[in-house]
Design a protein around this ligand. Sequence first.
Ligand SMILES: [Zn+2]
Length: 491
Amino acid sequence: MNYEINQLVQYAINEGLLDIDDAEYAVNQIIHLLNIETFQKESINEDFDFFDVLSKILEYAYENQLIPSRRISDFDNFEAKLMDAFLPRPADLNRHFKQLYKDAPIYATNYFYHLSQKSNYIKTKRMEKNIHFQYEGQYAPLDISINLSKPEKDPLQIAMKHQSDEFDYPKCPLCMENVGFYGNDDHASRSNHRVVSITINHEKDAWGFQYSPYSYFNEHAIILKKEHIPMQVNSTTFDELIDFINRFPHYFIGSNAGLPIVGGSILNHYHFQGGRASFPIEKARVLSHYKKAKVEIEILDWPLSVIRVVGNNEYKVLDMVNQITNYWKDYTNPDLSIYAYTEVPHNTVTPIVKLHESKYHFYIVLRNNLTTKDRPYGLFHPRESYFHIKKENIGLIEVMGLAILPGRLESELDEIKNILLNNENLENYPHLNYHRDWILSMQRMEFDKDSIDEFLHEQVGSIFEKVLEDCGVFKKSDRKAFIQFVEKAIL
Ligand SMILES: [Zn+2]
């Protein structure tokens, strides 16, 4: 192992994770973890692959009973602890981030993102296996991804978790107390996890800035309130989003709605998601366009009901966003089954902000979480017949046209491909039962056997588009009502 440890140290120095003055200290952490008594500095051949070295070391740890089982989570916990030896302590990282930020915000985020990747906190190698393709669609080319690293969540479980808020440590996956946490059956490995303190909306260092370990898009960041308080979307949220954009103008930011069904997967901890990426929604056509109170208001041609407020004065933009959102919160239209309240409020929004040519582009996505007897999962939620592709809540990432589909689809699509190509009997695939109607309908369609992958991707993409349409409160056939809504809202 001596040689591999030398390689690992060299890697950490080369990637700027480890200051050379910390090298001996780090080595001693590592050999203790590996239950090795001595260490010798060796000259090494620089031409090596970090992941090969890492897997050799982990294999050694497993063989010597330092990793209790072959489970991925046990390997991940040990690996994160190993890599932590090379990382700065949270306070040192904070100081360095702030120092770089003074020169330019982009220097600070570049440094932190690089560190999060190279420490393998963001599992870049695992993510390479994710599947990506585009679906042309009616609105704009949608980005579809099948994510192999993220577990699929059930919306009902999320709603239950929202109510229970059990006694747990760390309290939730977003709490600050995850920083440096070793990991167990309920909580992921966070030894190599770091969160930077940032100030938003005059609350000094009250917010944490971290990267997502799943990284759905470039520099996928999570901006969280340090205090464990539930999600909310109100005028303060909008101020906070805009203020973040002022501080990190090279990022977009958005918030999931604060209500179950139409929100994201973590409702009990107030947080936003951001990053340095572009999304299909930015290419949406403009259906109607208004100018009012020094801002532009656009209705977008999108499967969900989206209004974009554009302007270069943040206060004017915020005024209009608040005006539209407040009008929406009380909006009821029985003809379209939109009810603002039953016993509880149902109308909310998914807000997203990005700077474009030094103008704020503030997207307001109208959401409603009413459930009915026929649609117990939500009237404006993917219908159950699409759950075989996507049953999770449609949060801000998907709203923008990027599908994050469950990893199980990778092997399922391979099997479905065989069924279609060889006209196999579905009875032999009982585990694919929830795809049954879909497979039968595809068997009746004409497709070119040589481009079966493209055909299947297109079918998946078209379901994702319909999933998004299900979440739209004003359907395509209700455009008139949508336009009337906006015209009244901006009066
Ligand atoms: Zn929390």
